[in-house]
Ligand binder design. Structure first.
Ligand code: C5P
Length: 222
């Protein structure tokens, strides 16, 4: 078997996070987790020791992967930090940027005549940026950026702002690609340039992305 990633520990996060408002309601997003699960699956098949921190998704665990299930952005942050140190971190999760200031322990009731409800949200911690700035920083930190417009420019600014080695940008809303789909198209950006991958099934894209990551790792550690 071809195991080019043998000896490497890779942490991947995947899926959405759910931020509880009360015992019956939450704020979530449309991430299916398929891209991150495909990356974890292929990385394990290539011999890596893989930790997959999964938000609430309906996907079977890839073989030979240590899966840690979480619900909220705060839990995902903790699980990722607990999984360090590692050689490569791949942040494929759609982590909530904001969370309710406090989850209510009773179901929120609408008041008679109430037309407006104001929910106070506070910023979550940026897992990817914290991993990139961590004292035990992985050799490679790879992020994702879902954008609706100016994809390359926004992704490049995230690469710099969050201190990443590589970012995979995808355009939200391309027909047949993205959140709930089995296919996706990525623009992979690093310090040396841009490279389009796909459109292709997420497993094929994960394989191509891991080829790029392996090549980059070889270059950086040569
Ligand atoms: O800033 P934005 O959310 O668009 O960046 C997307 C990238 O940042 C993804 O890789 C996502 O996993 C990561 N992220 C994170 N923690 C957050 C928000 C985003 O790790 N709180």
């Amino acid at each position: 078997m071809n195991t080019p990633l043998a000896g490497l520990r890779i942490v991947v996060n995947a899926g959405p996070t759910f931020e509880d408002i009360d015992p019956a309601r939450y704020l979530g997003n449309r991430s299916s987790g398929k891209m991150g699960f495909a990356i974890a699956d292929i990385a394990a098949r290539r011999g890596a020791e893989v930790v997959l921190v999964a938000g609430p998704v309906h996907l079977p665990s890839p073989a030979a992967v240590l899966r840690v299930d979480v619900r909220s952005a705060a839990q995902m942050h903790q699980a990722v930090m607990d999984a360090l140190p590692c050689d490569i971190f791949i942040g494929a999760a759609a982590v909530a940027d904001f969370t309710p200031r406090a989850a209510l322990d009773r179901k929120l009731k609408k008041q008679p005549g109430q037309d407006v409800l104001v929910l106070e949200l506070i910023k979550t911690r940026d897992i990817l940026a914290e991993v990139a700035a961590h004292p035990q920083r992985p050799t490679l930190v790879v992020g994702f950026a879902a954008e609706t417009n100016d994809v390359a420019a926004y992704a490049r600014s995230k690469l710099e702002r969050k201190g990443l080695d590589m970012i995979c940008a995808n355009q939200v809303g391309l027909p047949g690609c993205g959140f709930e789909s089995d296919d996706n198209a990525l623009l992979v950006i690093d310090g040396s340039g841009e490279r389009p991958l796909g459109p292709a099934p997420k497993h094929a894209l994960a394989a191509s992305l891991l080829d790029l990551i392996s090549a980059r790792l070889r270059k950086d550690t040569a």
